[in-house]
Ligand binder design. Structure first.
Ligand code: FAD
Length: 427
């Protein structure tokens, strides 16, 4: 019996447990995961890029406060999270520019810092091929010239494993318990006032989630709340008890390309940030190149939308065809240095996608179950704030105080009272 049970030791579960313990130091907390250590789900498969450059208030608050917290951890606490402020570089063709023009105007109005670069500067410093009109490959994939480049400096990359280790070590030192290699098979749903009749709870009984059933028939019970921080696995367990995570898994793949030969110059691009490293670069049609300077590689990928299923693949496999047919044609068009590049490694995971791309944190039916899901591909950069909201909700608070002191209503991430707004900087 514990006060709280957190199911899932990904970044959301860890941040939630951390803030729960910080706000309620006497509480007993157990974190359960089916894997043999923390962060072994999608957190460990993340590209872990971050940006504080959105027009939506919620995006700015969640990512802004979390990234500031990580900066504090790295710079003030001296715990290296591998954060590098390499920036985000958006390379825009006419189409892309039209889509973000409004957003850029809004960003200017909000005072968000960014620089517009002449694509020729990116050609010179990174080896971009901005002019592709007339090339057969460009016509084939219907790609246009890069006509604008937007460099966002309050953005970069970090090491998700170090972030995991930070929370994990803190939690251990605070006395939070962990049960690894412990697969949850279901949630225990019980009446608040049990009558001892078989088949309870009946429809007329007030019910609660009292804990979890794990492999081997064992039960782990929570006096106060159970927090489901299951990421892409959320629907698998929550559907069974009639709870909606309002999110669904979609496969995402990362391919690792060695930055040798001509690509070394791309990686070591000078004059775009203080490190002399290529920024996280987003090409037209969404293909991204994420520098990994420590390994001397690029991680490349693209998010696809229409056509592929929402589906949990276990374990998810990277597909060679996806690289050669969906990533490489765009990548090698704008950066011919990648023409003959073949991945030396690859992996796949899932985005846990919600209906509005914002996290979902709510307590359905006053059930003592808190759902913390739907991070939609930005869970690393928002995790600290999500953890604060989930912990505040578990404690029955209406507001969550984010790092830096600003408070937000917890219902903004819920279903009733959710803050729905348009994000104009979806690039
Ligand atoms: C390829 C890729 C690239 C990404 N890039 C970025 C990026 O650049 N920036 C960014 O901010 N975010 C990025 N993300 C998203 C980010 O990684 C996720 O939003 C975040 O890791 C989600 O954390 P989580 O704790 O919700 O899920 P997870 O880390 O998946 O944690 C869920 C945990 O639940 C456990 N679990 C599941 N079922 C059970 C069960 N039955 N019993 C016990 N335990 C169970 C799992 O083992 C897992 O540890 C990326 C994701 C992917 C896949």
């Amino acid at each position: 019996m514990f006060d709280y049970i957190v199911v899932g030791a990904g970044i959301v579960g860890l941040a939630t447990a951390y803030h729960l313990k910080r706000l309620d130091p006497n509480a007993s907390i157990l974190v359960v995961d089916k894997e043999s250590g923390p962060g072994a789900g999608d957190t460990g498969r993340s590209a872990a890029a971050f940006r504080v450059f959105f027009t939506g208030r919620l995006n700015m608050l969640l990512a802004g406060s979390s990234v500031e917290f990580y900066r504090h951890v790295q710079e003030d606490e001296g715990y290296d999270l591998g954060m590098m402020w390499v920036g985000y570089l958006f390379l825009l063709d006419e189409d892309g520019l039209r889509r973000v023009e409004d957003g850029l105007r809004e960003a200017e109005r909000m005072g968000l810092p960014f620089r517009r670069l002449d694509p020729r500067v990116v050609e010179e410093r990174m080896g971009l091929r901005a002019r592709v009109t007339g090339l057969e490959e460009a016509e084939l994939i219907d790609a246009g010239d890069v006509v604008d480049a937007v460099l966002v400096e309050k953005a970069g990359i970090m090491d998700p494993e170090r972030l995991v280790r930070y929370y994990y070590e803190k939690l251990q030192s605070m006395g939070v318990e962990f049960a690894f290699d412990t697969k949850v098979e279901g949630f225990i749903v019980e009446p608040r006032k049990p009558l001892g009749i078989e088949g309870e709870p009946f429809a007329w009984q007030e019910a609660r989630v009292a804990g979890v059933r794990v492999a081997g028939g064992k039960e782990l019970r929570a006096r106060r709340k159970v927090i489901a921080a299951l990421g892409a696995w959320s629907p698998l367990l929550l559907d069974e008890i009639g709870v909606d995570s309002y999110s669904r898994p979609k496969k995402r793949q990362v391919f690792v390309i060695r930055a040798d030969g001509e690509r070394a110059r791309v990686l070591r691009a000078q004059g775009l940030n203080r490190y002399g490293i290529a920024p996280m670069t987003i090409l037209p049609k969404g293909v991204y190149m994420r520098p990994e300077p420590g390994e001397g590689t690029f991680w490349v990928g693209v998010s696809d939308y229409l056509g592929r299923p929402y589906k949990l693949e276990e374990p998810p496999h990277p597909e060679e065809d996806f690289y050669t047919l969906s990533v490489l044609p765009v990548l090698s068009l704008y950066f011919p240095q990648f023409q003959d590049a073949y991945p030396q490694a690859a992996w796949a995971g899932h985005y846990d996608i919600s209906f509005d791309s914002q996290p979902i944190v709510y307590e359905p039916y006053d059930s003592d179950l808190i759902v913390a899901a739907g991070t939609s591909g930005s869970g690393i950069m928002k995790a600290d704030a999500i953890g604060r909201v989930a912990a505040s909700l578990a404690l029955g608070l209406d507001e969550a105080e984010l790092y830096g002191g600003e408070s937000i209503p917890v219902k903004w991430l819920g279903i009733e009272g959710r803050l729905l707004e348009e994000e104009k900087l979806v690039i």
